[in-house]
Design a binder for this molecule. Sequence first.
Ligand code: BT5
Length: 255
Amino acid sequence: MSAEGTDRRPQLGTRLVGARWHHREAIDSTNLEALRLRRGGAPAGTVVVADTQTAGRGRLGRRWDDVPGRCLLMSVLLEAPARAPGMLTAAAALAAAEAVEGLAGVRVAIKWPNDLLVDGRKLAGVLAEGPAGGPPAVGIGTNVNGAPANLPPELRGRATFISHEAGRQLAIAALADELAGRLDEVYHLLVSGQARALVERIAERDALAGRRVQARTGSRTVTGAALGWLDDGRLLLRDDDGREVALEAGEVTLL
Ligand code: BT5
């Protein structure tokens, strides 16, 4: 594959995603690599996939771990900052959930704002990041062929893999292509003003709606019932005093 990456859109049947496709054996972070490529002139739709990351990134400075060669670690440069940044994360989470369901037949729940869960265990996470106000890289890490025991001890009780759930291995390259195709489709919905349709598909897999939760956002804690996602990516809650609260960012725990 050339250093400039290959245009795989004809093969993938996509409009944007896959405009350049880069594979790295090992890299610090596919998000960081995608943003470096952007600074070197890479176009929107550029994809970076790696076999392993040496400094995989989660939110708020947290780590993303992988088992080399057994996880899909993928980042995509998108075109423009979304008016509702949370929706880029939502779009990527939906694309990943639908890709896993389509290829592996495993039912996946989406937990606001960025987690994919199977029976409460984390299968994948999404991190959108980029220069302030600028177009972002959207990174998706998915555990594919392995078992929780392959991960660091502190994650074993909280994580799972597609193969562990499906009872069979999945070709990581096939999952990458499927995810690229689905992301292209949902991103198009987002930029063409159809966020409602996207949120309806998330609602079918919402891990929180109707559940009692505690949400922490900044220094604030809200306890109440999760009502669901809004069209701009915020989470709507009804707190214990009966007030509706919409959260832009934060951590949610099921009570
Ligand atoms: C996320 O953050 O879930 C975002 C993960 C994004 C990873 C992708 S991989 C491709 C791209 N390049 C990057 O460098 N990052 C993106 P957060 O919600 O903050 O969750 C992080 C937490 O998930 C950690 O603190 C661990 O508890 C847990 N975790 C880490 N690795 C995991 C794994 N492989 N499976 C399940 N849970 C994991």
